[in-house]
Design a protein around this ligand. Structure first.
Ligand SMILES: Nc1ncnc2c1ncn2[C@@H]1O[C@H](COP(=O)(O)OP(=O)(O)OP(=O)(O)O)[C@@H](O)[C@H]1O
Length: 237
């Protein structure tokens, strides 16, 4: 079944500060969507709201017309940064925990990924470098077989060679008919795998376009187009 994620009239404040306003977005089909925006634009917040980790927003979020938060959660694999895990836990123990909690966890796929990413399962969380920890989070997130994947800056600490390797492999790890949303500041690196672009600017969705349409209509690369949104006068927004 093709996945449809619908966000309607989402408004979210934190400590009285407006973070997201009137966010409406429909993403549908077997796609990889780039979620772009400056630091503090609200990308993580939007992912956390979609994933049901952040609460108390007004508006509705549905996946395949399912709005119930618990059902929605079961359809989403979110790249949780493992902040709640005890740092003395080994990779193998955290994987076992994921397997227990998520019936959709595909062990074979996980094994393929940790071998591809050369992770040592005996290492403790506290001993992992930033990049290695991110590789582990990517493996855990993509090992689940879900309708929606939310990858929040998954490669920020990963060295450039591994990053390219992972980006090139994401298409084969992503289940057919699933929807994947990736936020990243390395726009030129992820651009080749993106089907659509969503830009969060001034607390809302400023752009939602197909990547090919951007290239054809503007004659620019995704990165140049994205940067041009900030170079021009705000009267264009
Ligand atoms: N725990 C928090 N308490 C108060 N405000 C917060 C908190 N976390 C985020 N915010 C605010 O919410 C806004 C959006 O932050 P968010 O982390 O969603 O941005 P982002 O687009 O993901 O940024 P980045 O690219 O730097 O990761 C920012 O103004 C930020 O200051």
């Amino acid at each position: 079944m093709t996945t449809t994620l619908k966000v309607e009239q989402l408004n979210y404040r934190r400590n009285l500060k407006k973070i997201l306003a009137n966010v409406s977005l429909t993403l549908s089909g077997n796609k990889i969507v780039g979620l772009l925006g400056e630091n503090g634009a609200g990308k993580t917040t939007l992912m956390r709201l979609i994933a049901g980790v952040a609460k108390n927003a007004s508006g509705t979020i549905s996946i395949n017309d399912e709005t119930d938060p618990a059902t929605r959660k079961s359809l989403i694999s979110y790249s949780n940064p493992l902040g709640g895990m005890a740092s003395n836990k080994r990779i193998s123990e955290i994987k076992a925990f994921y397997q227990q909690v998520y019936p959709d966890f595909d062990e074979q796929k996980y094994d393929q990924m940790i071998s591809f990413l050369k992770l040592d399962e005996t290492q403790r969380l506290s001993a992992l470098s930033k990049g290695t920890r991110e590789k582990f989070v990517i493996s855990l997130t993509l090992a689940r077989q879900t309708s929606v994947y939310l990858l929040d800056e998954p490669f920020s600490g990963i060295d450039s060679m591994s990053r390219k390797k992972i980006i090139n492999s994401i298409i084969q790890w992503k289940p057919v008919d699933s929807l994947m949303i990736i936020s990243d500041h390395y726009v030129s690196e992820i651009a080749p795998i993106l089907d659509e672009i969503v830009v969060i600017k001034d607390n809302t969705v400023a752009v939602h376009k197909a990547a090919d349409a951007i290239r054809e209509e503007s004659g620019q690369s995704i990165e140049d187009y994205y940067e041009s949104l900030y170079g021009e006068a705000d009267s264009n927004d």
